[in-house]
Every structure is written in structure tokens, then in C-alpha cells.
Design a protein around this ligand. Structure first.
Ligand SMILES: [Zn+2]
Length: 161
């Protein structure tokens, strides 16, 4: 017997499109083109976008903003059983925060190769840290090719150009 809840649960593709929509909206407002959701049992607990430049906080990436908001919403530090759905491949910092919060799985739409030069200083050390974390994470982080995954970047470049 199928329960109604399962039928109503959004698919990975639907959740990824929602993360892309958040990233697009942020890009259209001239902010970095990244968005993320925290989802548990098919319910979106919280969302986040990159606000780093607005609040002068290098840790204010979309995934971390979503984790912070989810923890506040549930009044907990433990998001076990939840997934993070990101518009883009998480950096080493975001991946680590997801692990600290007990996030069970991370899925993302755009691989980091989609990210254009956004004007930051290249940081090969961070790329290396990200690769090490990926090696440790196994199947708990997954790229799911999603139509429109590149659109937030295009929108951002148009908006700031
Ligand atoms: Zn990040």
C-alpha cells in the first residue's frame, strides 16, 4: 500500500529546480548565483541563498544559510536524516558544515566547472580540500544533471555586466 505522503513527496529533480530558482532570483538581484534547500521526509525545512557580500561574511554560502535556518526552525543542531539540495557543487566549507550538522545526503545541480570567473582569487588549496572531502563522502554526495543548472550563472553575469 502506498501512503499519500510518499506520492506527494517532491522528486530530486523538483527539489533541484527549486534550488536553481532560488539561485536565479539571487542572481537577478545582483547577488552571487547560489541557492540551497534543507529537506527532510519530503518537506522543505529551510532555504538559503548566498548573502556573503551583503553581510560581509565569507561563510554565508547558500548551503550554510539553509543549514542555519533549518537548525533555527527545528531548534536543533542535528539535521540527521535531512538532505541538502544545492544549485551548485558545494565547496569544502559547505560540505564540512553539512557533515557537522549530520546531513545524510547532498545533491547538487551544477558541477563546479559551470561556475564562471566571479572575480574571486583562485584558491587551489580549497579545490584540493573539496576533492579530499569528495573522496571521503562516497555516495552521500551526488551530482544530478538538471536542465537550467547553468542559468543562474548566465543571469548573474548579465545582471552585474
Ligand atoms: Zn560553500
Amino acid at each position: 500500500m502506498t501512503n499519500t505522503n510518499d506520492q506527494n513527496q517532491p522528486s530530486d529533480g523538483e527539489l533541484l529546480r527549486e534550488a536553481i530558482r532560488l539561485a536565479l532570483d539571487n542572481a537577478a538581484a545582483g547577488h552571487p548565483p547560489f541557492g540551497a534547500l534543507v529537506v527532510r521526509d519530503g518537506q522543505v525545512i529551510a532555504t538559503g541563498v548566498n548573502t556573503a557580500e551583503q553581510v560581509s561574511d565569507p561563510t554565508a554560502h547558500a548551503e550554510i544559510e539553509a543549514v542555519r535556518a533549518a537548525c533555527r526552525e527545528l531548534n536543533t543542531l542535528d539535521l540527521s536524516g535531512a538532505i541538502v539540495v544545492s544549485s551548485c557543487e558545494p565547496c569544502a566549507m559547505c560540505h564540512t558544515v553539512c557533515a557537522v550538522a549530520g546531513i545524510t545526503r547532498i545533491i547538487y545541480a551544477a558541477p563546479k566547472e559551470f561556475v564562471p570567473d566571479l572575480g574571486g582569487t583562485p584558491r587551489p588549496d580549497l579545490v584540493e580540500m573539496q576533492a579530499v572531502l569528495r573522496g571521503l563522502a562516497g555516495d552521500s554526495i551526488q551530482h544530478i544533471a538538471t536542465p537550467g543548472a547553468d542559468e543562474p550563472f548566465t543571469r548573474f553575469v548579465e545582471t552585474i555586466g
